[in-house]
Design a protein around this ligand. Structure first.
Ligand code: FO1
Length: 325
């Protein structure tokens, strides 16, 4: 009998944490001689700035897989310079708190030019991906233009990137909105990949502003709910604290406790109309297993510090074990 190559893996991912996680998935699949994963990236924090289209989460994953990311800063290209940015600032163009690196701008210019020629964002990403051997198929969650607005108690709104990079999430929000997302269609190939997968992994990305928009694309949420694959989420909260980013502020805004149990409850059990078959939590949170099982979600425990691709691959293996693959 010929053994089937596997597992077929789909990852739903946001930017910085999603990129690190994706490197671990690639490493775990390489060790198993398994097919490359399909990574569906959040496009909810995209924006137009200085005439170019930015897709921060897509680019974070693209650069990480290409070995081109600035691993210290967590976003942008390694070894980038800021000559064009200085000039933009001198003109008073763009946002003074938002840096567009020269190499990064090359990506945005290429993307914008191809979009203007009529390519879709997924066609553009396919072209960008062809430059490097990524070892994964990277898809945007949708080709429709969506973004994230942060809503405050006084009724005012702000683009997510302004709130995140300028204000460092220090102004308490009351909600997040993704205008147009209810009508957004999944990018070509995304639903089919989820349907054909053996395991769908929710990266330890921000549950609200990274995974939230992906799962707010109606057909993507439905594809995850109805797939025959096991759906395993990985907690981005370790020892009751967010590891990176400002996910706690986002969770508080939507009334979810910043804990691995709180986020598991937010995604919900598939047995109950939710998304998760299993939830991988950090060794530090092992005592929360019972509470997670009580939600109807299988709990698995592993070290979740993504110190390098090898450690992350071990964590991905724990997620595979929880999925039974
Ligand atoms: N993050 C910052 O904190 N400051 C910046 O100036 C900044 C610029 C930037 C430019 C392009 C890009 O793709 C990402 C950039 N980021 C920057 C990261 C980004 O704002 C966020 O970390 C993500 O959107 C959240 O996932």
């Amino acid at each position: 009998m010929v053994s089937s190559p596997g597992p077929r893996v789909v990852v739903l991912a946001g930017g910085v944490g999603g990129a690190k996680f994706t490197l671990g998935v690639r490493e775990a699949l390489r060790r198993r001689h398994a097919p490359q994963a399909t990574v569906i990236a959040n496009t909810g924090d995209d924006l137009w700035l200085s005439g170019v289209r930015l897709q921060p989460d897509v680019d974070s994953i693209l650069y990480a897989l290409a070995g081109q990311s600035d691993t210290v800063r967590g976003w942008g290209r390694a070894g980038d310079t800021e000559r064009v940015n200085e000039e933009l600032q001198a003109w008073g163009a763009g946002w003074p708190w938002f840096t567009l690196g020269d190499l990064d701008l090359g990506t945005h210019l290429a993307r914008t030019g191809w979009l203007r020629e009529g390519l879709t964002p997924s066609q553009v990403l396919s072209r960008l991906s062809a430059r490097w051997p990524l070892g994964a198929t990277l898809l945007p969650m949708t080709d429709d233009e969506v973004d994230t607005r942060v809503l405050f108690g006084d009724g005012s709104r702000m683009h997510f990137q302004e709130w995140w990079t300028r204000h460092r999430a220090t102004i308490a929000p009351v909600a997040f909105e993704n205008p147009g997302i209810a009508a957004a269609a999944p990018a070509p190939g995304a639903v089919d990949a989820i349907a054909a997968a053996d395991v769908v992994l929710l990266a330890p990305s921000n549950p609200v502003v990274s995974l939230g928009p992906i799962l707010a694309v109606p057909e993507l949420a439905e594809a995850v709910r109805s797939t025959r694959a096991r759906v395993v989420g990985v907690s981005g909260i370790i020892g009751g604290r967010v590891v990176r980013g400002m996910a706690d502020v986002c969770l508080t805004a939507i009334g979810v406790e910043t804990s691995c149990v709180g986020v598991a409850g937010h995604f919900g059990s598939r047995t109950d109309g939710g998304l998760l078959d299993a939830w991988l939590i950090a060794s530090e949170d092992a005592a929360s297993s019972t509470a997670i099982e009580r939600l109807g979600i299988r709990s698995a425990v592993a070290p979740l510090w993504m110190t390098d691709a090898s450690a992350t691959a071990e964590m991905v293996e724990a997620a595979f074990a929880a999925a039974g693959v």
